[in-house]
Design a protein around this ligand. Sequence first.
Ligand code: DSN
Length: 416
Amino acid sequence: MLRSLKEKDQALYDIVKAELSRQRNGIELIASESYVPEAIMELQGSVLTNKTAEGYPGKRYHAGCHEVDKMETLGIERAKELFGAEHANIQAHSGSQANQAVYSAILEPGDTILGMRLDQGGHLTHGSGVNFSGRMYNCISYGLDRETEIIDYDEVERLAKEKRPKLLIAGASAYPRLIDYERMSEIAREVGAYFMVDMAHIAGLVAAKVIPSPVPYADFVTSTTTKTLAGARGGFILCRAEYASKVDKGIFPGVQGSMHFHVMGAKAHTFKNAMTSKYRECMQQVVKNAQKLAQELSQRGFRIVTGGTDNHLMLVDVRPKGLTGVQLDEALESVGITVNKNMIPFDPEKPTVTSGVRIGTTAMTIKGMKEAQAEQIAALIDEVACNIGDKTALEGIARKVTELGSSFPLYQGYFK
Ligand code: DSN
């Protein structure tokens, strides 16, 4: 592995090697992570990184593009086929830039956008005041119903009618339930707003048809190819044919210059991988594992936000265990289980403390873990929660984590 790097830069080689060991031995439960197939890494480390170009296939600003033109066209066709979309743009460097490109395509600075609150599950780029979206546009936010912790669709409708946004955004980075795209699209239509869905977290489940697709309802769908899609570290945009030219101009020259062809090649392969029966089976298991883990944690006294999950992630309220999110996050990390502290709905704690953790099952499932391991993981999490501050107990748990993590080797589960 990394022969040349080892010869030329020992310090960086050692870091990558140690990270490999962390990924091999630990239990990865960060909801936005996955283990990508080896072909994705080959493409991302390929000579495609040497090519510079701006524009689109057949309409480039640089010569020598005949091979990368074929590749971009192939990736676009695969994305359209996978998601049943009329148009795809696969140039976005990330999900955030995919969102930025859509805004740049259809909005003017100061226009009103309506998205989900960050502290109740939304994403930074959906209008947070600390992000470009909140600084450039007039952003208003909808949230959850306090009782059910489900999106308050009546509030969405009320805010849309009152504030007349130009863009309504659905999609979240910490929401465990299905989103009613039909209702959201009706609200958007009623007030004359564009409707965009950011499906970054759930794109893999959508591709595998494990949960409903937003594509038939939305004018624009943005996503990453990481997370449940388990592929390249980049973004893409799907849209109706009528918006194709606006979206393409929104990306280039709107917010990006030359593209990352090595990542684009990996995106094209991500879409192919997501068309396989093995991938679909994996995504079904991701949801089964999430539901089992949520159920097992609940039986051990944790409170699961909304009472369960329909997708790959759950939000766990850790207060019944007398803990904060940051305490459990750090204690779990010390034994080799990786999660992230996360606000729960109406959280009284600061974002750096939180009352919860977010847990996702994509990575563990790709390694080949099933419901039996989900149960073992719930027991380990509970053991950590009950032994915070007990160094000896935590060392014992760390040994069990390594034993479980390393007994499911990388690249021997669902994807090679
Ligand atoms: N949005 C962040 C997350 O969900 O973890 C990064 O993709």
